[in-house]
Design a binder for this molecule. Structure first.
Ligand SMILES: [Zn+2]
Length: 272
């Protein structure tokens, strides 16, 4: 999936999540949980808000490079608009994260299989555990921010760092989840309804692919007329909902993960 594809899917998921958020949370927590600045869209001058394309992709790459260059300056400020979306995209570009495309340990960041993974199941277990672990981290960090943090002294009142960390973790989960819907990353059983995606039958090895083909599939899966993209939006919104619902019940554990996984990233029994 391309940079702008991840951005457009995440933006769409945030909007869909926001509409349904109140239903997912306990009454008292509605305002706190549904209006977190994290759940705001990244608005740049998109040529096409719905579909992934080369112009938006390169504009976004430039925008992110400028943002990343000024990241030290922003660390003490409240989260910027669109931070979650930006972080979801940044998994593909941040200099520190870039080697992940080629390193074995990095394939789970993109829901792909490493050469050393003997079976698809092996790769799948790593990738799905990665999505789960990072969603779980969001729940722990936001639980701390909302219920455990006690302001102390003049400098102790800020939870900006924890909120930023939480959003960055959720972004890792969302990025990998979205990649799991890209035909360049996985093969799913064919399906017709975005809300009922096909099970994952295969996961591909990046270094063994034709990279031009990978790229073309990546534009397609970031475009909203594609069934895969529609599923990725719904799955992303549903993961946000799962996270928020857990914290709103004052839980430190992400609940409902198993049924979530069965619905959105189920491994097909056919997978070798
Ligand atoms: Zn990726």
């Amino acid at each position: 999936m391309k940079l702008d594809g991840h951005a457009k899917l995440t933006n769409a998921a945030i909007l869909s999540f926001s509409v349904n958020c109140a239903k997912a949370t306990e009454i008292l927590q509605k305002d706190t949980m549904c209006r977190l600045p994290q759940f705001s869209t990244l608005n740049i001058d998109w040529k096409d808000w719905m579909n992934s394309n080369e112009k938006d992709n390169s504009n976004l790459a430039y925008y992110l490079a400028v943002q990343e260059a000024s990241i030290i300056g922003e660390s003490m400020h409240p989260l910027q608009r669109g931070y979650l979306t930006r972080e979801t995209v940044a998994v593909d570009i941040e200099p520190l994260k870039l080697p992940l495309h080629v390193l074995a340990s990095g394939q789970k960041y993109h829901f792909m299989r490493d050469k050393s993974d003997k079976t698809v199941k092996n790769a799948y277990n790593k990738a799905s555990a990665f999505v789960h672990a990072n969603a779980q981290r969001w729940v722990e960090k936001m639980h701390y921010v909302l219920y455990q943090h006690r302001p102390q002294g003049r400098s102790g009142h800020s939870t900006i760092a924890q909120r930023r960390d939480a959003a960055s973790c959720l972004a890792l989960a969302l990025h990998s989840l979205q990649d799991s819907f890209s035909p360049a990353h996985t093969r799913r059983a064919s399906y017709k309804t975005p809300n009922q995606p096909g099970a994952i039958e295969d996961m591909y090895i990046y270094s063994e692919q034709d990279h031009n083909k990978h790229s073309a599939h990546d534009y397609e899966s970031g475009s909203r007329q594609s069934l895969h993209a529609q599923s990725a939006v719904l799955a992303s919104a549903d993961l946000m909902k799962l996270c928020v619902a857990s914290v709103s019940r004052k839980s430190k554990t992400l609940s409902g993960w198993n049924s979530y996984r069965e619905k959105w990233i189920k491994l097909s029994p056919k997978a070798a």
